[in-house]
Design a protein around this ligand. Structure first.
Ligand code: FAD
Length: 415
């Protein structure tokens, strides 16, 4: 009997672990599955790292993708704390950091993304923190627990969620953001006052239109080591700081793929079945720039939902199934007592009108982004069980009457 093909997954986080689960539990794949992860940990979910886990409300084992015992029980060879340094496509093997080759018949790249680094004088001082891993979250929690003055670079999702956590720890918080409002790149300008006001009402100070140009340490000599004591903004303002959180976005971990000659363009380029330009290699999750059939274009998003559904689709695609990752982009966030979900990508330039259903001031509403009277995105804030209907509206591409869309008495599915 010919040996079963070997499936290797590089990147042991949500997308990779979900792919392994699909291979074993849903596809009945009986061949070797090797799941290789640079982190020492069992695969875990990252959203709690800026929310419940950061606040000490979620326990460590509650954020695992699968319980520790799942991997041996399902004969998944999980290699933790091991980095893949090379994909050798001609030999069909990956090379591990200690030199060992691991052969593959099918390879899935789920290497995710890493925080974009700030490179200004003083950015290597102690107390300048990033947030991506559980170790980062624990370091940040320990720092916030001491109270003090926190400066956050970036008013995106991570910046705002860490601002909320820092306020809940009793810290003084200033958020510095070059754009004129928060979340501009992901939501456009229309709803940013909702989030700015929410944070201001909890005592956060914003400095919009400014970036960080220098971080200072003891004796004011930036870059001289020791703890951070302040941040200087592009307008010259000097902000005292005990902790500086850098939340200025992420970059995809696509170098392995690029070095192997795969097509890379702001992420590993894959088709709707998550296949790369090499028929034996697939990519999913944050690292992928995947053709999205609903939007009709390639997208690279840093969304939990993409890893959750993309990993399983990639696993089926590796098995040769006829699949399409035709999801509507989905994102969620929690800040203080505001919970929200976004469906679609309301990026600036992709819409011409924003319609509200409900009252934005009371923080219970749905915002819809429309292009030519079709819904391209929707965000439900503190209103639940409507996101599937919003996704259906986006998928349908049907023209809607904005007045009916704004009327909370008309169910979304009756529009
Ligand atoms: C703090 C935080 C909060 C978030 N909150 C939300 C939220 O509220 N809502 C939401 O929708 N999304 C949220 N996200 C985003 C979401 O967590 C990501 O989209 C998701 O983790 C992506 O999963 P992934 O498996 O594609 O990649 P990742 O989670 O980035 O995992 C990739 C893994 O691959 C490993 N790796 C990289 N290179 C190699 C290599 N060469 N060899 C071996 N291993 C390698 C990495 O170490 C990592 O463990 C949040 C992210 C963070 C960091």
């Amino acid at each position: 009997m010919p040996a079963e093909p070997a499936y290797v997954i590089v990147g042991a986080s949500l997308a990779g672990a979900k792919a392994a689960q699909t291979l074993r539990e849903e596809e009945g794949f009986a061949g070797p599955v090797v799941l290789i992860g640079a982190e020492d940990q069992y695969p875990y979910e990252r959203p709690p790292l800026s929310k419940g886990y950061l606040l000490g409300k979620d326990s460590w084992d509650s954020i695992f993708v699968q319980p520790e015992g799942w991997y041996p029980e399902h004969d998944v060879d999980l290699r933790r704390g091991v980095t893949v340094t090379k994909i050798d496509r001609s030999a069909r093997q990956v090379v591990l950091d200690h030199g060992e080759p691991v052969a593959y018949d099918r390879l899935l790249i789920t290497t995710g993304a890493s925080p974009r680094r700030l490179s200004v004088p003083g950015s290597d001082l102690d107390g300048v923190l990033y947030l991506r891993t559980v170790a980062d979250s624990e370091r940040l929690a320990a720092a916030l627990r001491g109270g003090g003055r926190v400066v956050i670079a970036g008013a995106g999702w991570i910046g705002l969620e860490t601002a909320a956590a820092a306020r809940q720890y009793g810290c003084e918080v200033t958020v510095v953001e070059p754009e004129p409002g928060p979340l501009r790149r992901s939501l456009g300008p229309e709803v940013d006052e909702v989030f700015a006001d929410l944070h201001r009402s909890h005592g956060v100070t914003f400095r919009f239109g400014e970036g960080l140009s220098e971080l200072t340490g003891p004796g004011s000599a930036s870059g001289s080591g020791g703890p951070v004591t302040g941040a200087v903004t592009s307008s010259g303002a000097e902000l005292p700081a005990d902790i500086v959180i850098i939340a200025i976005g992420v970059v995809p971990n696509d170098m392995l793929a690029a070095d192997a000659g795969l097509e890379v363009a702001g992420g590993v380029v894959v088709d709707e079945a998550l296949r790369t330009s090499d028929a034996a290699i697939f990519a999913a999750g944050d690292v992928s720039n995947a053709f999205n059939p609903v939007l009709g274009r390639g997208i690279r998003v840093e969304h939990w939902g993409n890893a959750l559904s993309g990993g399983p689709v990639a696993a089926r695609s590796m098995m040769g199934r006829d699949v399409s990752h035709d999801w509507v982009p989905y994102f969620f966030s929690d800040q203080y007592d505001l919970g929200m979900e976004v469906a679609g990508l309301p990026e600036p330039g992709s819409y011409d009108e924003v319609v509200y259903r409900g009252d934005a001031e009371s923080l219970e509403f749905v915002a819809f982004w429309l292009a030519d009277r079709t819904v391209v995105a929707g965000m439900n804030v503190n209103i639940w069980d409507v996101n599937d209907d919003i996704q259906a509206l986006i998928r349908s591409g049907a023209e809607v009457d904005p007045a009916r869309l704004a009327d909370p008495d008309i169910p979304l599915r009756d529009l």
